[in-house]
Design a protein. Structure first.
Length: 289
């Protein structure tokens, strides 16, 4: 557990945002709009939430990094963004391209350096190119491997798409798993409604050590290596979620496509239907909300 300032016990202690201000905690270069937006959101959200933040020492202080997180709520990008910003790294999310065309909001997120994804089209593959460029230029890129808010009825992680694994294998960057729990109390799952901020909620986030992928980077990127990388990424995330929830995870990752067909939800997919091994032009539609 942590105290209310969000400091992890036994880890690298970071200055309280209330005592120092975000810009004194985070000295990494960033777009002015991104700094302003996160500062404003912190000022709004902080009085209504407790921060149980752990594992911040696992985030590299500099250099390109891919942060992979479970997706439990339309509110949780705020929780993830705050966690990373106050850990010294400015987050760049992959987000639905439609958000970038919304008046005012689109201009803001574009100015914040976020990365648009054309979901469900061949153009989606170009979002991966942009993410690779961002990582290789030393930025912290956040991706939700599941591609959307989990559809599991208890919000456990579900079967992932291949985008995160492909970015990881195309770069030599560390891949840091991030587990989170608590944002669902503010806004449940995929539901869109006014946030329930009272009584005060606790946002629990923890980062783990890098996912071991070096052995998969020694050869060409194949459907098999992508599938293995995807499996390792989701296993690492799920382990962190188990730690935060203090309860066992389901024996298999939930698969919404199999659930729609009436199959066993957690049954592994065949290689021909696997999201990790399928056509990357159809399987890179990661989103953040």
């Amino acid at each position: 557990m942590t105290d209310q300032s969000g400091m992890p016990p036994g880890g690298l202690r970071r200055p309280s945002s209330r005592a120092t201000g975000l810009r004194k905690v985070n000295t990494e270069p960033a777009e002015k709009t991104l700094v302003a937006v996160i500062s404003i959101l912190s000022g709004i959200v902080r009085p209504f939430t407790h921060r149980d933040w752990r594992g911040q020492e696992n985030l590299p202080a500099t250099g390109g990094v891919l942060v992979v997180a479970n997706h439990i709520s339309n509110f949780d990008p705020i929780a993830v963004g705050q966690y990373l910003a106050f850990s010294g790294r400015w987050p760049r999310f992959l987000g639905k391209a439609s958000l970038f065309t919304v008046p005012v909001i689109g201009r803001i997120i574009t100015a914040c350096g976020q990365i648009p994804v054309q979901r469900g089209t061949k153009s989606a593959v170009h979002a991966l190119d942009a993410a690779v460029v961002a990582v290789e230029s030393g930025k912290a890129v956040v991706i939700y491997p599941e591609g959307t808010v989990t559809l599991h009825e208890q919000l456990w992680p579900m079967v992932a798409k291949s985008g995160a694994a492909r970015i990881a294998l195309q770069t030599a960057c560390p891949v840091i798993p991030l587990g989170q729990w608590g944002a669902q109390d503010v806004m449940w799952g995929k539901k869109i409604h006014f946030p329930k901020l009272l009584p005060r909620k606790t946002l629990r986030l923890t980062a783990g050590p890098p996912v071991p992928l070096d052995d998969l980077r020694e050869g060409p990127i194949t459907p098999q290596t992508v599938a293995i990388a995807t499996e390792r990424i989701m296993a690492a995330i799920t382990e962190l979620v188990v730690e935060l929830r203090q309860e066992p995870a389901p024996p298999e990752l939930f698969d919404p496509r199999r659930a729609r067909r009436g199959d066993v939800p957690g049954e592994p997919e065949s290689s021909s239907d696997s999201s990790a091994g399928a056509d990357p032009d159809r399987r890179v539609d990661e989103e953040t909300t």
